[in-house]
Design a protein around this ligand. Structure first.
Ligand code: GLP
Length: 260
C-alpha cells in the first residue's frame, strides 16, 4: 500500500516534497524529476525555488513532463512546455536541453508517443514522478478506461477535464480536445511516485485511487501496483480516506531512519 502523508496545507506539503527532492539532488545532481502540471504541483515548485535560494544546485537535474496538449500554437502560455519552462526550467536554472515535454505540435503527431518513450528510455528513466489527480481520476491525461500497460500516446480529453481546465484559457472552445500523455505503463516505470492532492474536490478521486479497487475505470488506482508510492495530501483531500487514522498513526510512529 502507498504511504499516505496528511499535512495541514498545500504549502506545507509543497515544502515537504521539495525538501525530499532537494536532498536527492544534493546526493545525485543528475537526478531526473518527472514534472506534472495543473495547480497541484505548484507548491512543490515554490518549495524547490526556496531550496535553490537556500543553496541547492539544480542545474544538472533533468526533467520529463507527463503530458502536453495537442495543437496549441508554439509558445502558447498554457502549453505544458511553457508552464514547465516558467515554473521549473527557468527558476531552477535547468539546462533546457535536459527538459523534455511531449511534442504536441500537429506535424508528426503520429510519432510523438514513440519519440517520447524513446527519449525516456535513452535517458535511463525517471527517478521521481510528481503526480496530481484529476476529478475523473486521471493521472497525466490518462482518462478512465486507459490501459495500465499504456505508453505515451495521443488521448482524447473528457468533457469534465476540458471544463476543469477551461480556467486556464479564455474560453472552453480554446481548450484542446486531444493531448499526448505518458501512459499508465510509462508512469509505473518511474522509480518513485509522489501523488499530491489538495482540497475537497479531490477527496473522492483520491480515496478511490488509494483505497478503491484497482480498475482501469479509475486510472489513479494504478498507483497500487507500484512498489514505491508516497501520497501527500492536505486534510481536505484526505477527508474521504477510510484508513486516515491508520496513516496518521503510521506517520507518528515512523522509524527515524526511514525516508519517503
Ligand atoms: C491536469 C493534468 C494532470 C493534473 C490534473 C489535475 O489536466 N494533465 O497532470 O494532475 O489535470 O489538475 P489540477 O492539479 O489543476 O487540479
Amino acid at each position: 500500500m502507498a504511504e499516505v502523508i496528511v499535512l495541514e496545507t498545500p504549502a506545507e506539503a509543497g515544502t515537504f516534497v521539495a525538501a525530499h527532492i532537494a536532498a536527492q539532488v544534493r546526493r545525485e545532481p543528475a537526478f531526473t524529476l518527472g514534472v506534472a502540471t495543473g495547480s497541484t504541483p505548484l507548491p512543490v515548485y515554490e518549495g524547490l525555488r526556496a531550496e535553490r535560494d537556500a543553496g541547492t544546485d539544480f542545474t544538472r537535474m533533468s526533467a520529463f513532463a507527463l503530458d502536453e496538449y495537442v495543437g496549441l500554437p508554439a509558445g502558447h502560455p498554457e502549453s505544458y512546455r511553457a508552464v514547465v519552462d516558467r515554473e521549473v526550467t527557468e527558476p531552477l536554472g535547468l539546462d533546457p536541453a535536459r527538459v523534455h515535454v511531449p511534442d504536441g505540435s500537429a506535424a508528426g503527431i503520429e510519432t510523438a508517443g514513440e519519440r517520447y518513450e524513446a527519449a525516456i528510455e535513452a535517458h535511463g528513466g525517471v527517478d521521481l514522478q510528481l503526480l496530481g489527480i484529476g476529478r475523473t481520476g486521471h493521472l497525466g491525461f490518462n482518462e478512465p478506461g486507459s490501459s495500465f500497460g499504456s505508453l505515451t500516446r495521443v488521448k482524447t480529453l473528457t468533457e469534465r477535464t476540458r471544463l476543469d481546465n477551461a480556467r486556464f484559457f479564455d474560453s472552453l472552445d480554446e481548450v484542446p480536445i486531444h493531448c499526448v500523455t505518458q501512459g499508465l505503463g510509462t508512469i509505473l516505470r518511474a522509480r518513485h511516485l509522489v501523488l499530491l492532492a489538495f482540497g475537497e474536490s479531490k477527496a473522492e478521486a483520491l480515496a478511490a485511487a488509494v483505497e478503491g479497487p484497482v480498475s482501469a475505470s479509475m486510472p489513479g488506482s494504478a498507483i497500487q501496483l507500484h512498489q514505491r508510492v508516497t501520497v501527500v495530501v492536505d486534510t481536505a483531500a484526505a477527508s474521504q480516506l477510510r484508513f486516515a487514522d491508520y496513516y496518521r498513526w503510521a506517520q507518528d510512529h515512523k522509524p527515524e531512519w526511514q525516508g519517503i
